[in-house]
Design a protein around this ligand. Sequence first.
Ligand code: KG4
Ligand code: ZN
Length: 338
Amino acid sequence: MPANLQKDIIILAIESSCDDTAASVIKNGKILSNKVATQAIHELYGGVVPELASRAHQQNVVPVVDIALKEAGVGLNQLSAVAFTKGPGLIGSLMVGSSFAKSLAHALHIPLVGVHHMQAHVLAHFINDPKPQFPFLCLTVSGGHTQIVKLNSYFNQEILGKTIDDAAGEAFDKAAKILGLPYPGGPLIDKNAQLGDPKAFAFPQPNIPELDYSFSGLKTSILYFIQKQVKENPSFIEENLANLCASIQYAIVKHLMKKLQLAATQTGIKEISLAGGVSANSNLRKTLEETGQKLGWNTYIPAFEYCTDNAAMIAMTAHYKYLESIFEEEDTAPFPRS
Ligand code: KG4
Ligand code: ZN
């Protein structure tokens, strides 16, 4: 019987591209469970240590899958397919999720669905209502990527612009490190910025043509500014933490929004969305909504739990792939870069 004529389509999805081990169960396009085991060990090192990440995935994958299945009330024998993140990401981390998914699909004699991590961040918009209408623009901002994508249909995505160096999440994390904040620093900059003045310190805006982004110059200017100030006053960071965080956040969000606005003007598209870990940033969310109101956009931001890395977005993407019978061979290899 063709896959799409089965009664219920139930998929177990596994995400292990970086430092979160996640599993989700989806039934007929509805998320039944979404579990994440976060690896706290990396905080000690100020960033993700690939070798430690893959070891932690090995320890976490079975319990996380178990909890996701239990919470969904689904047994292994009910699964229609197993999905996994194929890339991009850390190769050792991807290997754990892909080996697990392949073995399970093989043992259960069911199809395997490979999912592109960045495509899944965008398709997270289809988990809840309201859903964007095609064609729509998505600013996808994570720890490894920053891109403006035009979605013509689920699997027809055009990248209109992208970062030529650091990603926006990396810019947040590197700036936080300069301020002495632990990894991942993005959420801490967001939190400290709440009480600060975004105009207290003026950091230069990158000057990059068309719809591309650049964040490395901003990072360097923050570093030199802080080094100079700390030389004159060793307590400069503690005394100005809120203002520094607010000003850094303002500079990053301004650059992100400028290119997004340009993309909307160039394409004439008014369905505008955010995706990826940095879309959890409160100032970016607020600025998108305010700009949208001013310019007549319909704006979309996934629920918080679907912004940062999660397996529900892998499950949602896998559901659409299953409907189109886009399956993966068992000897498929994960890819570290897009
Ligand atoms: O999508 P994601 O969870 O993982 C990757 O695929 O990279 O994104 C992680 C990134 C990190 O750089 C983290 O600092 C950033 O998202 N992030 C934030 C916030 N929450 C997560 N950045 C700024 N403000 C936040 N509230
Ligand atoms: Zn991600």
